[in-house]
Design a protein around this ligand. Sequence first.
Ligand code: ADP
Length: 595
Amino acid sequence: AKRKSGEPLREEEKRRITKTSLRQLAGIFRFMLPYKGLFITGLVSLVLSSVTLMAFPRLSGELLDIASGKPKYFTSINEAALALLAILFVQGIFSFIRVYTFSIVTERGMADVRKSIYKKIIWMPMTFFDNKRVGELMSRMVSDTETLQGAFSFTLAELLRQIITLVTGTIIIFYLAPTLTGFMLLTFPVIVLSALIFGKFIRKLSRKTQDKLAEANIIVEESFQSASVVKSFTNEIFEVNRYSKAINEVVGTALHGARYRSLFVSFIIFVVFGGIVAVGWYGAKLVQVNQITTGELFSFVLYTSFIGFSIAGLGDIYSQLQRSIGASERILDILNEHDEAENTESSPLKLQGKISFENVSFAYPTRSELTVLKQLNFSIAPGEKVALVGQSGSGKSTIINLLMRFYPIQQGDIKADDQNIYNFNLTSYRNNIGIVPQEVILFGGTIFENIAYGKPGASADEVRKAAQQANALEFIERFPEKFDTVVGERGVKLSGGQRQRIAIARAILKNPSILILDEATSSLDAQSEVLVQQALETLMEGRTTIIIAHRLSTIKKVDRIFVIKEGMLAETGSHAELTQLDNGIYSNLLKLQLQ
Ligand code: ADP
């Protein structure tokens, strides 16, 4: 969503610049605090370079006055020209210092902002990720920080520079030619007001054109994405007509706007140059009666053009500021969110692996009306293997989510080793739980890095041993680069079974007391299945294990099966016990699957 500065702001970006919003923008300033020395150096250079440059018009006029024999400050043209060069040189040095120091401050400061946002988000509880779309979060990190970077490196400096030019310029022309300034000020409101009113009207028209264009683009997007639908209905001609009609509407509104814009352009040129004619006319008369010199008139005209440019620049800066305030508000929103960061430091904790749910009721914060778990009670002994069985949506994953402390529970207690899990340090607690997920997610990087993710800093030996126990060593060694093989989007694509074994190796390295296996729904080929199953058995040894079971065939060996129905424990028992039940849920499920 990057836009050039000249483009109109979207509705949501049109924020009024208020005291509070400026204070918000200032909230970002704390990231600049570590670099305040450099920042102040930059500011001082900015002021000095802007002020120095303001001597330029006056000295240029002085050149003319020396030529016509009415010098004020210098005696020779050469002297004055040298002074002009000196001014350029000095302001050049200050500009260099300003741009360079501001760049250092903004680059470092924004890097700090980016790191802070990232750190903040990655520590957020799961509820945060449920509420916010990941795309939106990425956009905050990318475009908002870019916008802010622009604000700090450019907009603020420009704002200050234009204000200095405006103020000192106005003071100078008042001093230089008071009557001419007074005369000019009469023409000024006409120009500014007409530009503002007309400009607003034009912007409204151009927004209309943009909306029409967006409508046309939706047609393109939809029809290209569902090309198969268009083609199967042989609706190409229909779509072409639809698009042509939309594009013609764009042209219509654009041309409607163009009429006014052309009028605006010629009007503005007329008014601005009319103003120049008026000032020139009046100025020439003043020169005629010797009230001012030619050089002073020349200086005056240069100053007013400086002032004019700075006023025009301020308009642009205003919209950039609005945009930056929006960005900083969104960034501060994130930075001010409550997070789990207080739990970053872990303390040693080694659980035995007893788990109990006592009267646990739960609804997801995003869907509070739906009670997912209802008065759930169960206890799992250390080292026991339990399978959760039940229809999709019955609450199996939710049980795991709660055990992981991804969500706070509303009622009841969840205990590990007979202690409330919320009393543990979060990081240490989670370090005791290992998960082999349904869909194994590998990070871009090598196989080694992906396995070592289970224990950052693991040695080559440890990783190798884990891979071996996970039945992964063989296929890894078949790659030419072995453990250094790059996987993920930019590397080798591993099969489902291979990914599973990487995940198992990861979990082995983590060496958790409690293990969660979310069984893959899609079945592996027979050989892979055997290898994965073996690896899982190694992994489960001596660990409390909860299996979210999708294929009943794999859970016959567990100690107990929990049949979950609508968030409640409907049946518990071993496979043998549950199959004995007449018309039991488990035995019915089993029959269904066998069919
Ligand atoms: P299972 O794992 O047995 O398929 P889940 O525990 O995933 O069932 O889901 C139980 C219920 O909770 C379902 O109705 C589901 O729609 C809902 N649910 C699951 N995850 C969330 C979530 N993050 N936010 C809101 N509702 C959810």
